[in-house]
Structure formats: structure tokens, C-alpha cells
Design a protein around this ligand. Sequence first.
Ligand code: ADP
Ligand code: ADP
Length: 227
Amino acid sequence: MATIEMNNIVKQYGDGFPAVNDISLDIADGELMILVGPSGCGKSTLLRMIVGLEDITSGDMVIGGTRVNDLAPRDRNLAMVFQNYALYPHLTVYENIAFPLRLSKEFSNDEIDRKVREASATLELDEHLSRKPANLSGGQRQRVAMGRAIVRDAQAFLFDEPLSNLDAKLRGQMRTEISRLQKKLGVTTVYVTHDQTEAMTLGDRVAVLKKGILQQVATPRELYEHP
Ligand code: ADP
Ligand code: ADP
């Protein structure tokens, strides 16, 4: 778990208007920060710069006290949870969660087993370890994706519009689920959405972007009272 500090972050594609224009934002340890704004305002670009999938034109990105501008994504120890959860359909829940540990080759089978069981207990997936993703509910798939993140002891979770493909009912359920798990795990989280309801119900704080500029950072309560 870690703080995320952004100091004067700029992203310039070509020679147009900057996609991200001088954003400074501090995210506290354990905080769930929402990045919200209309399509094209720079949310995904900012998230991708946190993860390391996009170069930073200027400014400093500091995660857990370390400047990460020049660190490869794998060395940032962050967990990105994608819209479709990117689970491996041919692997069981157990193997999906174990996958990053097997990849790293740092862990014995016993250690992997202990970590997978710990994560699946936390996420209430113990009963489903032998299933394949196709046989899980949307909420269970989401938990498997988070399981894969927590076995690695990721410093932070990053969500890019994870619910935008779901119908309204499931979206509401998943929102509740994400909020509950995020609080239970206490993991610093950055969550991108264009949905204001989602922003207001999920966020500890909400960062509002417009045309690459950070317009406002406030708690949902403050935003209700002073929109
Ligand atoms: P959002 O996630 O808020 O919809 P993006 O971060 O995807 O916004 O995009 C911000 C701006 O940067 C947009 O104007 C978009 O067209 C531009 N942009 C995003 N990715 C690229 C790219 N790879 N090359 C050039 N322009 C890009
Ligand atoms: P179920 O989900 O059917 O109740 P469990 O997941 O409890 O079954 O599995 C029983 C045993 O098999 C455990 O000792 C567990 O460590 C092991 N196990 C389960 N799935 C795998 C797997 N894909 N790879 C390695 N060991 C596994």
C-alpha cells in the first residue's frame, strides 16, 4: 500500500493541446480516488501514466515515496483491473489467482498455495477455486481479478471504467462490492469513470478533469454541497 503523488504532470501527444495539462494530485494511503470527467478529458492517459503504460512528458510521479517516471510497469508493483477483468478462460479460479506468482518464479508451490488460499478467503472465493471464469457471476469474476492483484501485494489498485459494460443492476451491485472490498483491504485505489453517480457513491474523494485540466478535488459531500 502506498501514497501516489503527482507533481505537475503533463502529457503531450504530438503538438496539440496537452492531453494532461499540469496536474498535481496527492492520493493518500488507503484512499479511493475517483478520476471523473467527459470522454477525452485525459482520465485514461493519467491512469496509464501512473501504471507506466504511457511516458510522462514532464512532471514527477511518486509512488510509495519512489519516483517512478523511469520505472517499467512491472517494477511499479501496481495492479490494473481491466474492464473485462482479463481472466484466463481456460484456467481455474485457483490458477487465475496463482498466475502472477507462478510468472514471477519467486515462490514455491507451498507459498503460492498459502497466498492463493489467504486471498480467496479474504475475497470469499474459497468455494469456487476449481471453477472456470465462464461459470462465475460478474461479481465473482471481479473478485478473482482483485485476488490476482492482492496475492502480489500490489501497492495500489487501478480501475479503468471497470463497470461500463454491465447493465444498471449489476453495475450497482458491483459498485457496492468494490467499495466493500477496497475498504476491507485498505488498498490505495484510483478509479476512472465518466459516470457521476459512480464517482459520488464510490469515492473517498473525486478529482474532476476537463480538457486535461484538474478542475476540482473534493469529497462527494463537498461536491453535493458546492457543485
Ligand atoms: P478519457 O480517458 O478521459 O476519455 P483520454 O486520456 O483517452 O481521455 O484522452 C485524452 C486526450 O488525448 C484526447 O484528446 C485523446 O484524443 C488524446 N489521446 C489519447 N491517446 C492518444 C494517443 N495515443 N495519441 C494521440 N492522442 C491521444
Ligand atoms: P474445490 O474448489 O473443488 O473445493 P480445492 O480448491 O479446495 O477444491 O482443492 C483441493 C486441493 O487441490 C487443495 O489442496 C489445493 O491446494 C489443490 N488445488 C486446487 N486447484 C489447484 C490447482 N489448479 N493447482 C494446484 N493445486 C490445486
